[in-house]
Design a protein around this ligand. Structure first.
Ligand code: ADP
Ligand code: MG
Length: 198
């Protein structure tokens, strides 16, 4: 799908968002910027789904491990980036299966970078004020590390359009994804406001 107006991203409200009753607040932020929901469901995930989801990005373990090596400046007990990333994956399996999650697809112009901007960076403590993670969560690498658990940062959002398409295929069948138009789209994208989108 090359039309930038129809870019799709996958968002997961992690178990901490559901427990903290942040579902409405988070979805409100996506709706008000002009994104369209095209699929949504509540799921109790198993560890296999969580592993498939994160490993949809084949270099994920290495990337996460490299960030840890950079932050710790070498005190990582001689573990490789891959091994450190794998430890985070095991922690995520526990976290993401601890309670129900909500999985959704959002569609709209530049949906992937737009949602990442609204979500904020991985560590809530250093996420910008005004972002979902920055506004609603106080967790940090230090706190998570000290208890040997995954960072509780309320939400997952795809990092690239390619990652989004792979993740969507893991969580949704094609008949769960709805194709429809909203009145909004004419105001957001239509050149003459005349109901002729193309
Ligand atoms: P993001 O969710 O911002 O795309 P990543 O893809 O790097 O971040 O990591 C996926 C998830 O794994 C994070 O959202 C967080 O919950 C957890 N995580 C990542 N790095 C660490 C870490 N060093 N310690 C604990 N949890 C981590
Ligand atoms: Mg990621």
């Amino acid at each position: 799908m090359d039309d930038i107006r129809r870019q799709r991203t996958l968002v997961i409200l992690k178990p901490d968002s559901i427990q903290r009753a942040l579902v409405g607040e988070i979805i409100r932020r996506f709706e008000r910027v002009g994104l369209k929901l095209t699929a949504l469901k509540m799921v109790v995930a198993d560890a296999d789904m969580v592993e498939q989801h994160y490993l949809a990005e084949p270099t994920w373990r290495e990337q996460v491990g490299k960030k840890i090596l950079e932050n710790k400046g070498g005190e990582s007990d001689g573990k490789t980036a891959e091994e450190l990333g794998d430890a985070v994956l095991q922690q995520l399996k526990r976290f993401m299966t601890a309670g129900p999650i909500i999985v959704m697809i959002l569609e709209g112009a530049g949906a992937v970078p737009l949602v990442r901007k609204l979500v904020g960076s991985t560590e809530p403590l250093s996420s910008d004020v005004g972002t979902i993670r920055g506004d609603f969560v106080l967790d940090s690498y230090q706190l998570a590390d000290g208890s040997g658990r995954a960072i509780r940062n309320a939400i997952h959002a795809s990092g690239t359009p390619e990652e989004a398409e792979r993740e969507i295929a893991i969580w949704f069948t094609s008949d769960e994804i709805v194709s429809y138009q909203t009145v909004y789209e004419h105001i957001l994208y239509d050149v003459n406001f005349d109901n002729d989108l193309d």
